[in-house]
Design a protein around this ligand. Structure first.
Ligand SMILES: Nc1ncnc2c1ncn2[C@@H]1O[C@H](COP(=O)(O)OP(=O)(O)OP(=O)(O)O)[C@@H](O)[C@H]1O
Length: 225
């Protein structure tokens, strides 16, 4: 589903990613783990064509990620670390705006299904400036899930959220079936709960493990319980 081949990324003289190779197969839920500044967001942005790649290539569903070729976009939906919502619009209005922007249409029943799936249906008519951090993140997740893409890329979906809010988001992620998910995380408990694999990034080098194997190796740099 994702194939990263020999990917390198530098900013000036600083090399952040060194010849990364990573395959994520269909239906895997793979955590992207590493200390602050290890290069997780750089990897996700490079994979999604948002940063020009210094070297190497990325295939999503067999289609190379390039500026010209947009075929790969059909199978992927991305939740950035900070989803920029419109504060004075309501949850439902934000959902409608982004649904239209993403898929060119607003399917009312799909919107309702997504807002219910993240427990925001009853709060849909509140302006999002009155939402808590957890509610904002759940709305971002609902918008990301709306296109029903096979591949979900989630950049720290529970970042800065209290334990109850995190639990709610994890429940939504756990309930997804038939999806391939690549999510960056600093939390061991969420990796245990939702992931099948871990892609560990340290000093620009990537290694992939099964979750149990990763926990045994205690490569826990950048991790919190
Ligand atoms: N646009 C940029 N220009 C210059 N340096 C950058 C740029 N983006 C990232 N970096 C540097 O690349 C390194 C990796 O940053 P990145 O944000 O990818 O790390 P991260 O693993 O996502 O960190 P965190 O866990 O804190 O979100 C850092 O040293 C950062 O300062």
């Amino acid at each position: 589903m994702i194939s990263i081949e020999n990917l390198s990324q530098s900013f000036g003289k600083k090399t952040v990613l060194k010849n990364i190779h990573l395959n994520i197969n269909r239906n895997e839920v793979c955590a992207l783990v590493g200390r602050n500044g290890a290069g997780k967001s750089t990897l996700l942005n490079s994979m999604l064509g948002q940063l020009p790649v210094s070297e190497g290539r990325v295939l999503i569903n067999g289609k190379e990620v390039t500026q010209k070729n947009k075929e790969w976009k059909k199978s992927v939906s991305y939740l950035p670390e900070k989803f920029l919502l419109y504060p004075s619009l309501t949850g439902a209005e934000n959902m409608a705006f982004f649904s239209e922007a993403i898929s060119g249409k607003t399917d009312e029943s799909r919107m309702e299904e997504m807002l219910r799936s993240v427990s925001l249906w009853d709060d849909r008519d509140k302006q999002v400036k009155n939402y808590s951090k957890g509610m904002l993140q759940r709305l971002g997740l609902a918008i990301t899930l709306y296109p029903d893409a096979d591949l979900l890329i989630l950049d720290e979906p529970t970042s800065g959220i209290d334990p109850i809010g995190r639990k709610e988001i994890l429940e939504v992620i756990k309930s997804l079936t038939g999806k391939t998910i690549f999510l960056s995380s600093h939390h061991i408990d969420e990796i245990r709960q939702v992931c099948t694999h871990v892609a560990y990034l340290e000093d620009g080098i990537m290694e992939k493990y099964l979750v149990d194997e990763f926990l045994e190796k205690k490569k826990l740099g950048g991790m919190e319980e």
